[in-house]
Design a protein around this ligand. Structure first.
Ligand code: AN7
Length: 354
């Protein structure tokens, strides 16, 4: 055990912890790979394209970075339960950390649109699931009220500990590259992560761990049918195949706009087809399997590069926020048949088309 990596919050303790604070709950979050995507980069016209694969977190998404801090602090504050609204990943993460803390976890979900793997995770960890006949934004409104009533600690990103913990994604990117990238691209749903990355780069620069003159441009991408920030107004009925970012009124809207503007970045929309195309390209060219929402950043970068808005030598990091296994239904089989054939070599050879 002597060479076990230090837990994430210990590793960045100087930037995150309060005096004397301890973090007994950890599931081994963070320390995710940064993959130099050479084949995908070739395809997009970028020599320095890197994928920050958050699917290797304990519950398979970036949410664990903030959840670990939020739940440790909830326990220290004497919480009796935690509660969240979720398009899926927050609930999977909250359920896991609450289980580790021995706290009840309540999850309010929008009807029908949560990916199967995420539901399974929350159920398996013993969370109490409540599905409402409404969307994520309505679920979050209810959760905020429950929090105000003091019945449970809210662990959505309206809880500042969530975004503080998620800054560690930015810290790790800088540690891995030895500098900040020129641009950082990611999907935007409730707009917490883009805000947390920007805060993370700012925190790192303030601490002298990267140059304040080399802040990255923040490139955020919403799904076309759920693009309130791009349109400039809340979307009443958001729709997208990328269910994780099916959000019409993001809680961190203003912080995200600030990150965009201060960094000289953009927040734009990508279509469901562009998202699914990008998801397929990432796994077929790099072997990295992310969920549809996670591919929105790559879809956006692909378009910017094609339009000549990113030079070939730009150092670009795309954050792949969640694991593809969470949403197996989003993968369409194009080739191969799963209809059984005779267990005979000739038949198999014919089928293989060799
Ligand atoms: C894979 O789980 O909002 O812009 O309730 O699961 O910080 O919201 C998930 C969001 C991107 C968007 N990628 O991040 C939830 C939830 C994945 C996600 C986002 C989510 P934010």
């Amino acid at each position: 055990m002597t060479d076990a990596p230090r837990p994430l919050l210990e590793r960045y303790r100087a930037l995150l912890a309060r005096d004397g604070e301890s973090f007994p709950i950890t599931l081994g979050e963070g320390m995710t790979p940064l993959v130099h995507a050479r084949r995908l980069g070739d395809e997009l016209g970028l020599d320095q394209l890197h994928l920050k694969f958050e699917g290797t977190n304990p519950t398979g998404s970036f949410k664990d970075r903030g959840m670990v801090l939020a739940v440790n602090r909830a326990v220290a504050a004497g919480a009796r339960a935690v509660v969240c609204a979720s398009t899926g990943n927050t609930s999977a993460s909250a359920a896991a950390y609450a289980a580790a803390a021995g706290l009840p976890c309540h999850v309010i979900l929008p009807v029908g649109k949560v990916a199967r793997g995420k539901l399974a995770q929350a159920l398996a960890a013993g969370a109490r699931l409540i599905m409402i006949d409404g969307n994520f934004d309505e679920a979050l409104t209810a959760v905020r009220r429950l929090g105000e009533e003091g019945l449970a600690v809210v662990v959505n990103s309206v809880n500042p500990d969530r975004l503080d913990g998620q800054q560690t994604g930015a810290f790790e990117v800088v540690d891995a590259l030895g500098r900040a990238p020129d641009a950082l691209a990611l999907p935007v749903g409730n707009a917490g992560n883009i805000s947390a990355y920007w805060r993370g780069f700012t925190t790192y620069a303030d601490a002298g761990r990267m140059s304040a003159d080399a802040m990255p441009r923040m490139l955020g991408f919403q799904a076309e049918g759920a693009a309130p920030i791009v349109r400039g107004e809340p979307i009443e009925k958001p729709e997208t195949v990328a269910t994780a970012i099916r959000i019409g009124n993001p809680a961190s809207w203003e912080l995200a706009v600030e990150a965009r503007d201060r960094s000289g970045g953009v927040i734009e929309a990508v279509s469901d087809d562009e998202i699914l195309d990008a998801q397929r390209m990432i796994v077929r060219l790099e072997g990295v399997f992310c969920e549809p929402a996670s591919a929105a950043g790559v879809a956006g970068v692909r378009r910017l590069a094609a339009e000549g808005r990113l030079d070939r030598d730009t150092v670009v990091v795309c954050v792949l926020t969640g694991h593809g296994l969470k949403d197996p239904d989003a993968v369409q089989a194009e080739e191969g048949s799963l209809t059984p054939i005779a267990p005979e070599l000739d038949a198999i050879r014919r089928e293989m088309d060799l």
